[in-house]
Design a protein around this ligand. Structure first.
Ligand code: IDP
Ligand code: MG
Length: 143
């Protein structure tokens, strides 16, 4: 049984040139890339994506961060994708992230933490739909 999750290589990691290393880690961990693009989020797109965090004190800073430069959303497929991808990236706060995880290697702090990962199958579906049209997903590609 294959599941999907949404990854985003966030603007800080793209700007620092970590894109290739992060994608290699994702592929080496057994994920298939189903769709991928580079995009510069508008304020309203970032606010919509993170609507669940609207009441949090860090919301405005998070939107500013996510609109600060191009990011790379990637729709991924793998067995147990949500949980396995979150294991690969590590804890939200890199200080608490396990050795060898993406955030341990590439995050600056709890905000500038290099990558996004969905937290449930249901949210993965919504988040993938935020970035990719049906046409972009209705394919048999599996890079
Ligand atoms: P997650 O990305 O590990 O799922 P969430 O709690 O969903 O973490 O938070 C979404 C994003 O908001 C984080 O990845 C990070 O960029 C930012 N964030 C989370 N908590 C804090 C905080 O306490 N201060 C500043 N930014 C935060
Ligand atoms: Mg989250």
């Amino acid at each position: 049984m294959s599941n999907k999750t949404l990854a985003i290589i966030k603007p800080d990691a793209v700007q620092k040139g970590y894109t290739g290393k992060i994608i290699a880690m994702i592929i080496n961990a057994g994920f298939k890339i189903k769709a991928m693009k580079m995009t510069h989020l508008t304020k309203s797109s970032a606010e919509g994506f993170y609507a669940i965090h609207r009441e949090r004190p860090f919301f405005n800073d998070l939107v500013t961060y996510m609109t600060s430069g191009p990011c790379i959303p990637i729709a991924l497929e793998r067995e147990n994708a949500v949980e396995e991808y979150r294991k690969l990236i590590g804890a939200t706060d890199p200080k608490k992230a396990a050795e060898g995880t993406v955030r341990k290697l590439f995050a600056v702090d709890i905000q500038l933490n290099a990558v996004h990962g969905s937290d449930s199958d249901e949210n993965a579906e919504k988040e993938i739909a935020h970035f990719f049209s049906k046409d972009e997903l209705l394919n048999n590609y599996s890079a």
